[in-house]
Design a protein around this ligand. Structure first.
Ligand code: PLP
Length: 392
């Protein structure tokens, strides 16, 4: 790595975070974090683990009980034909899962087709593994889904994998079963891997979440990535997991896992056991509350800034990805040529409203802005009131 890492960019989200620290009483709609707390089942399990001195080294890929519970969950909730618990490995959050996938899978110069717009660490992790991210547009007119012929046309001799992320961050687009079937066929025909990032599997408001590895014949060429962050409000605890059938690939990923973490923090793994053994009703409760926040935020935007921001409510994830009126011009002191950065700087400096410029997620996101509506209602209301004043 060394000097090479100079060419791997940080996400603009880091720059925004720094800008937000200079703002008093900010509305942090820039952060992709839920305002809920982890369920009691998680906290109780972690307390018990501390009391029982579970503070020693563990198996590299995860404690057996957690792996068994995850294999069970993947079979029953996701429909993935996991044959044995050792097909699963736990990671320090989903982002670390993606890191070990890219390190385990890619040769220098291998191309991976990614959605545009997309959560920036997807491209970052591919680059860090000496791979080449190749963007393929998600289209607003298709509900932020692919034009499948366009997706097929991005595949070339160096393509090694297609990375899909449904529901998508930032657009909230949800791929249909037919989309995933077609993408699966493409992978089979062209001999490609499918990397499926299912961080928002439990946040689908309309339609269904489909795990591509559950589709006929797809498990053997799909590497699926999940996280406890969003489903169990465990963002800071850092617990994710990866499932793949190929023993050779798993062995490579295990090395990347071992050399970066040795094992995932013990107490956190016991928290994960608590999450899976405990009642699952918090997942539905979170989703219902997120849906009502989505509707509240979109109604508020229409009323406070409908002439500036437009877009349909997302079918999944918890972001409003809104088109900025092209007529809008930033005030003279904001000198950036990017409209989405201009609007971001304006909202942060004049309105105390955190948001992320669409272009940070890819060129196709230019002209858009991302707001997280998983924040609490006080924060959402504050941001909407601030917008009402700014755009009156
Ligand atoms: N994948 C996507 C698309 C995400 O948006 C996120 C987090 O925002 C993750 C993966 C990883 O989350 P974490 O590292 O908190 O598990």
């Amino acid at each position: 790595m060394g000097v090479f890492l100079d060419s791997v960019p940080f996400s603009g989200i880091i720059r925004i975070r720094d800008m937000m620290y200079t703002v008093r009483d900010p509305f942090r709609l820039d952060q992709g974090d839920v305002s809920f707390d982890a369920p009691d089942s998680v906290k109780t399990a972690m307390h018990r683990a501390i009391d029982e001195n579970r503070s020693h080294y563990l198996q590299t890929t995860g404690v057996p009980r957690l792996l068994d519970l995850l294999a069970e969950k993947l079979r029953h909730r996701n429909g993935i034909p996991v044959a044995a618990s050792d097909e699963v490995m736990v990671t320090t959050g989903g982002i670390h899962g993606l890191y070990i996938i890219c390190q385990g899978l890619l040769e220098p110069g291998d191309e991976v087709v990614i959605p545009d717009p997309e959560w920036p660490p997807a491209a970052g992790n591919i680059l860090a593994a000496h791979g080449v991210p190749v963007p393929c547009a998600l289209h607003e007119r298709l509900g932020w889904r692919y034009d499948l012929a366009e997706l097929a046309s991005t595949i070339g001799p160096s393509t090694r994998a297609i990375y899909v992320n449904s529901p998508n961050n930032p657009s909230g687009g949800v791929l249909t079963r037919e989309d995933l079937q077609a993408i699966g066929d493409l992978c089979r025909e062209r001999g490609l891997w499918l990397i499926s990032d299912e961080a928002y599997e439990d946040v689908v408001f309309e339609g269904e979440h489909v795990s591509p590895a559950s589709l006929h014949g797809m498990y053997e060429r799909t590497i699926s990535l999940f996280t406890f962050s969003k489903s169990y409000a465990m963002t800071g605890l850092r617990l994710g997991y990866v499932v793949a059938q190929s023993p050779q690939l798993r062995e490579r990923m295990k090395k990347a896992l071992f050399y970066t973490a040795s094992n995932v923090a013990s107490v956190v793994q016991f928290g994960g056991i608590g999450a899976l053994e405990g009642p699952q009703n918090s997942i539905d409760a979170f989703r219902q509350e997120l849906k009502s926040r989505r509707d509240f935020f979109y109604a508020g935007i229409r009323e406070a800034a409908g002439h500036v921001f437009t877009g349909d409510p997302p079918r999944g994830a918890f972001y409003a990805f809104l088109r900025i009126n092209p007529e809008w011009k930033a005030p003279a002191e904001i000198t950036t040529t990017s409209q989405s950065w201009g609007m971001t700087e304006f909202l942060i400096s004049r309105g105390r409203i955190g948001c992320v410029p669409g272009v940070d997620f890819g060129q196709n996101g230019e002209g858009y802005l991302r707001f997280c509506f998983a924040r609490d209602r006080r924060e959402l209301t504050g941001a909407l009131e601030s917008m009402r004043t700014l755009f009156a």
